[in-house]
Design a binder for this molecule. Structure first.
Ligand code: NAD
Length: 249
């Protein structure tokens, strides 16, 4: 039986942890060759995929580094002939205060560089190869923080909102080249990015989620793989919220 991503070459950023790792693993089990990239642990994810019988390789890639993006894209095309799918998951939340009043310029630049500029650099490195190959799929991970106001997320919300804007524009720009570009906006997903949450806040987050639980990396990976596969052929320029109904009320 054929699988959703049989024969596809899929490059995933942030593949060392959380949602990126789950997406890399699910893409591999859906038949893809997965190029796992991250600033850390990309090799570990690739090794886990290979051990499970899939095909993957790991690359150290800081999404802020244009020259590294170009090198990984070139190497992948030389080795596999093309890059069919790009799934950009890498991101951080602010390690310091993230309010308009308290943000430092360094703090702003850090978030905007990793969470937004990195998305542009990734698409700039990979879309030309997709155009040459006759098409491709891009999924960029934003956040519900782009859609509703949340405490302590000023730079983060600006970056995540920017992802929706640039993705929609890129979807229109390259639609005729059969390139599909979509966004996933997760709600609260249980990954290391959450850090140590006080039990009270954790319980309140669950209570505020109509589905009655927080999300898992697999919940998000399932949508990413759907959009990267044939299910995404006629979908472009859209944002998909995966939050258990949190923003629905
Ligand atoms: N977990 C959530 O609740 C949640 C909610 C909304 C959006 N998101 C978004 O989902 C994405 C994945 O987050 P996660 O929850 O899996 O967190 P995570 O911390 O488990 O994974 C993030 C990964 O990004 C990598 N990364 C950080 N800076 C990088 C850089 N400069 N270059 C390359 N890789 C880098 C990290 O090494 C890490 O492996 C992020 O973009 C995050 O903003 C997460």
């Amino acid at each position: 039986m054929s699988k959703q991503l049989d024969g596809q070459v899929v490059l995933v950023t942030g593949a060392g942890s959380g949602i990126g790792r789950a997406t890399a693993e699910l893409a591999a089990s859906a038949g893809a060759t997965v190029i796992c990239t991250d600033v850390k642990a990309a090799d570990e994810t690739a090794a886990a995929i290979t051990a499970a019988g899939g095909t993957a390789e790991g690359h150290e890639l800081d999404v802020r580094e244009r020259s590294v993006w170009q090198a990984v894209a070139t190497e992948t095309v030389e080795k596999y002939g093309r890059i069919d799918c790009l799934c950009q998951v890498a991101g951080i939340v602010s390690p310091t205060a993230d309010t308009v009043v308290d943000l430092t310029e360094d703090g702003w630049n850090l978030i905007l560089d990793i969470d937004l500029k990195g998305m542009w650099l990734g698409m700039q490195a990979v879309i030309p190869a997709m155009m040459k190959a006759g098409g491709g799929k891009v999924v960029n991970v934003s956040s519900v923080a782009a859609l509703i106001g949340m405490q302590n997320t000023a730079a983060y919300a600006a970056a995540k909102g920017g992802i929706i804007g640039i993705s929609r524009q890129t979807a229109i720009q390259y639609a005729a080249e059969k390139i599909r570009v979509n966004v996933i906006a997760p709600g609260t997903i249980e990954t290391p990015i959450l850090g140590d949450i006080p039990q009270e806040l954790y319980d309140a987050m669950i209570a505020g989620t109509p589905a009655g639980r927080l999300g898992t990396p697999d919940d998000v990976a399932a949508m990413a793989v759907h959009l990267l596969g044939p299910g995404g052929d006629f979908i472009t320029g859209q944002t998909f919220v995966i939050d258990g109904g949190w923003t629905a009320h």
